[in-house]
Design a binder for this molecule. Sequence first.
Ligand code: FDA
Length: 300
Amino acid sequence: MSFFNDLIVMAVQAMPKSVVGFFSKKYIAGETLADAVQVVKNFNKRGILATMDVLGESVKNKQEALDAKCKGLEVLNAIYENKLNANLSVKLTQLGLLLDEEFCYQNVEELVSRAKEINNFVRVDMEDAPTTDATFKIVKRLRQNYSNIGIVVQAYLKRTYDDIIVNSAVINNYRLCKGIYNESPTIAYKDKQQIRDNYIKVLDYMLKNGIYVGIATHDEYLIKKAYQMIKDLGISKDKIEFQMLLGVREDLRNKINNDGYKIRIYTPFGKDWYPYSIRRLKENPQMAGHIFRALFRFKK
Ligand code: FDA
């Protein structure tokens, strides 16, 4: 199974950029802020919330990080001006984390400060494991002065349960996802059920300890478990939200919305769509079929 997955990963990575763009259109709101605003307006009309993300990561110089910060400020202003029910997601490597940690901190602070002025919120995505400590450090430092910032944690990391226990006095707002980066088995669970079990363990701790959590998954098994836990613990529907990615499991998204839960859609946009799209295609179970059919056509 893992060999087959590796083959799909290799095939996706070998695709020409135009083919990646064709298959990943549904995951991206468009190249411009105006495109993303329109997508979010349509969600809001149906009672669905959004978190907006300017695509990009691992910038190579400070100017690129400053540009990313400016784009983040533009998103916050657009949310305010268009009265969108949305917040902002950011990646710290896009704001300069790998260049200069203090410089990155200043960039995030500017975004969080602007978000505070307009009564909004910034969610810091979690990237690969070498950035986990620095991401916690920056978010914890900001939480000393701002309550409108939260972090993401990944259920595949063995450290996550302890991270929540250690940090929950300072950070009480999380997005919980499985995790997307290819981490070593020494630090990460690799088995699907082990990741699910850790997800449930972390979610259970969060729900029992009054931590606000964005339950970010499209896995029906986890969503059913979450429904049951919320019911059994008598958690009020405004203390949690579900989160999904744009273009993934829209049927399930609509069901959660109809069931009266808050549901927030991660809505990425921008010109730097390639790395994000590759990650999404690797996770798309239909990719294997597309690749197989393409190979078959090629052979004929
Ligand atoms: P799983 O991958 O098992 O998918 C469950 C089902 O969903 C699949 O069987 C399939 O039906 C459908 N599905 C999933 N992905 C699909 C795709 N691309 N195309 C079509 N169908 C698909 N990760 C991270 O490391 N750091 C982060 O900050 C974030 N942020 C984030 C925000 C939000 C709102 C979400 C929903 C997810 C993230 N992630 C993330 C990604 C996350 O870690 C994970 O990689 C994906 O959500 C896929 O995991 P699932 O829990 O959906 O399960």
